[in-house]
Design a protein around this ligand. Structure first.
Ligand code: C2E
Ligand code: CA
Ligand code: CA
Length: 655
């Protein structure tokens, strides 16, 4: 027979035994602790024994009974003192010591009670006293078995120590009643043993079961606090860890909350699929673990956001940690041999400088992160108080924007878009303006994002479309109006219908409205967008792709949606990066436009040179300060009248 098998079996058996030992040791500890619970019952027992013995001694005048009474009192006092003297630490750790202390006291006390009853039997003290002391001893023996069933050895020891002296003295006397007493007690012992062991089993099993379910609950709790994709803490885990850390922080210690947000992570998911996205997240998590200091809590907080909550040694230290985290994340990620550039923005808030509780720290780190993103992404920003002021301004704007429409503070301005060949105005772009009674003129860049974030953009957008359509209805039939559309407006239920209604009310044919949309629209939600564009296109409304060249510049969108115009972003015309490269890009886009029969608009034309350059590059339409700024509706009408008054002559500005 191969030698390995019995060895294996033996090991398995030992492992099983060890496991059950571990359990029973813990259960035993719990059970031993029950010895010390309800000290009142101990005290009552001791008082009973001492009082009864004192009465018996006094009535009988027996020296032995007096001695017994004194010994009982000594043992009782010693037990109470020992129990009170145990520290909570000992209660938790030294099971054996607890047991021993209890055992010595309990056994001496039990034996004394039994011996005192035996003395009354063998000496001549009268049957009433005998009954009192025998009853006292046996009641104690039965009661203590029930009380101490958690540790059967002690219970049994006490039972036997009470019973034996009584039984021996009964046998010694040997009369029929005492023989009967002997037999009764002889039967009492196995009966009490069986009851005690049964109670013990029930106790042990229920404590064991409670242990198992407590462990299970602990495991579930751990799972509930862990992010499945990265193994980091999740939102719940972070909250828990933050609370624990904050409760444990001492006066003067410093902490940093670093909020990491991956830039444009949605693109990774959309272009490469979620499995790749998940691997990127896991890799980022691994790097965060590597680079974060010991004792830091690292959590994934929603889709592509992470939080590192860490103890620091001052602001300088937090700056070092943040820059290490940033550098680590910016290292390209390799997935299946492909190189992926991951970028991240970081917002940092410090305790105690920037906040003293978790909520405040989170708010301020979030605000710092917001500024990092606004400042052009891939940056780290530390919170400072001016950020709160900006936030307050945004909040103010948010509140006032709701009222601005009713108060007539908003108006639409119109900027002409000209044919670059003959200089005629082909359409106007509607641009909203807010004339605030106190703050003066607010730029759309300042309040449109607030309107988008708060959802006010839906009401605002409908109002703008309606106004623009009404104004356009007064222009010559060949002049159209272009209205900017936010992605959020399209998502609102009944968006297409709202626009068609506005057109009907203004009496403007749908073909004279052009909606300018940006590429961000397509990244977010394809189904709604496609349905919206299809419905309006079918009615005759036209679409222009705005700010082309700033986003993903995917040719896919141009192919799958019926755009009649592409507006090349003004950064290609008048930005700091204008040069041969941008010129080549404009040329390529213009060429594509002429092939696909789309018009190409050059935005932001400020000088005659720029006009010439974009016309040479093949753009068909132009817009910019060189021709005109956005003007109120009556001035737009004047521009048209002037032009038409010239008998349709080319705008003098077109060379
Ligand atoms: P956009 O759609 O790209 O609009 C063109 C912006 O360029 C306008 O700024 C316009 O005044 C400005 N612009 C025109 N010509 C020139 C030029 O030669 N040089 C320079 N530097 N700028 C020029 P505005 O009116 O401040 O609008 C900014 C942005 O706010 C718009 O960019 C658009 O995205 C948004 N916006 C404006 N009005 C509305 C609106 O009614 N609804 C929505 N959803 N967004 C709007
Ligand atoms: Ca536009
Ligand atoms: Ca634009």
């Amino acid at each position: 027979m191969p030698k390995g098998i019995p060895t294996l079996k033996l090991r398995a058996w030992m492992a099983r035994r060890n496991r059950s030992d571990v359990l029973s040791e813990r259960v035993r500890r719990t059970l031993v602790k029950t010895l010390y619970t309800q000290p009142a019952s101990l005290a009552i027992g001791a008082f009973n024994g001492i009082a009864s013995t004192a009465i018996a001694a006094w009535l009988s005048g027996s020296t032995w009974l007096y001695l017994g009474c004194i010994l009982l009192s000594v043992v009782a006092v010693a037990r109470v003192t020992a129990a009170l003297g145990l520290s909570p630490d000992e209660m938790d750790n030294s099971t054996r010591k607890l047991e021993l202390v209890y055992e010595v006291g309990a056994f001496s006390y039990a034996f004394l009670l039994g011996a005192i009853a035996a003395i009354t039997i063998v000496s001549d003290v009268g049957s009433a006293i005998e009954v009192l002391m025998i009853a006292n001893a046996t009641c104690y023996a039965v009661g203590i078995c029930a009380r101490n069933a958690g540790t059967p050895s002690i219970a049994m020891g006490q039972l036997l120590l009470v019973c034996f002296p009584i039984m021996a003295s009964a046998l010694w006397i040997g009369t029929l009643p005492f023989i009967a007493l002997f037999v009764t007690m002889l039967l009492l012992i196995p009966a009490m043993m069986s009851i005690t062991f049964n109670v013990f089993k029930v106790l042990r099993d229920s404590i064991g079961a409670a242990e198992t379910s407590a462990k299970l609950a602990e495991k579930m709790q751990h799972l509930a606090r862990t992010d499945v994709v990265t193994g980091l803490a999740n939102r719940a885990g972070l909250n828990h860890a933050m609370t624990e850390t904050l409760m444990a922080t001492e006066e003067g210690s410093e902490l940093a909350l670093i909020w990491v947000d991956l830039d444009r992570f949605k693109e990774v998911n959309d272009l490469l699929g979620h499995p790749v996205g998940d691997r990127v997240l896991s890799e980022v998590a691994r790097r965060l673990r590597d680079v974060s200091p010991d004792g830091a809590t690292i959590a994934r907080f929603g889709g592509d956001e992470f939080i590192v909550f860490t103890p620091i040694a001052g602001r300088k230290d937090s700056e070092r940690i943040a820059s290490e985290i940033h550098a680590e994340i910016m290292r390209p990620v390799r997935i299946d041999g492909d190189r992926l550039e991951v970028r991240a923005s970081l917002g940092v808030a410090l305790l105690p400088d920037d906040g003293t509780d978790a909520d405040q720290l989170m708010q301020h780190a979030d605000l710092a992160l917001y500024h990092a993103k606004m400042g052009g992404r891939s940056q780290t920003r530390f919170f400072d108080q001016s950020m709160t002021r900006n936030l307050l301004r945004r909040r103010e704007i948010e509140e006032e924007l709701r009222l601005a429409i009713q108060r007539n503070e908003l108006s639409i301005y119109f900027q002409p878009i000209l044919d670059l060949q003959n200089g005629r105005i082909r359409s106007f772009e509607a641009l909203v303006r807010w004339f605030h009674p106190e703050k003066g003129e607010l730029r759309p860049d300042e309040f449109i994002p607030v309107a988008e974030e708060t959802g006010v953009i839906v009401t605002l957008g409908n109002w703008i479309t309606a106004q623009a359509a009404r104004v356009c209805a007064n222009w010559p039939e060949d002049v159209t109006v272009a209205v900017n559309l936010s992605p959020l407006q399209i998502k609102a239920p009944g968006a297409a219908l709202g626009i068609l209604n506005a057109l009907r009310e203004a009496g403007l044919p749908p073909s004279r409205l052009e909606l300018e949309v940006t590429e961000s629209l397509f990244v977010e939600d394809n189904h709604n967008t496609a349905a919206f564009i299809e419905e309006l296109s079918a009615a005759g409304v036209r679409f222009a792709l705005d700010d082309f060249g700033t986003g993903y510049s995917s040719l896919g969108y141009i192919n799958s949606f019926p755009f009649s115009k592409i507006k090349v972003d003004r950064s290609f015309v008048s930005g700091p990066n204008v040069g041969r490269k941008s010129d080549a890009i404009i040329r390529a886009v213009a060429e594509m436009g002429s092939t696909l029969e789309m018009e190409i608009v050059a935005e932001g034309l400020e000088t005659v040179e720029q006009v010439q350059a974009v016309r040479d590059a093949g753009c068909t339409l132009g817009q910019g300060y060189y021709f005109s700024r956005a003007v109120p509706d009556y001035q737009a009408a004047m521009l048209l009248a002037q032009e038409r008054g010239d008998g349709g002559a080319a705008n003098r500005k077109i060379a």
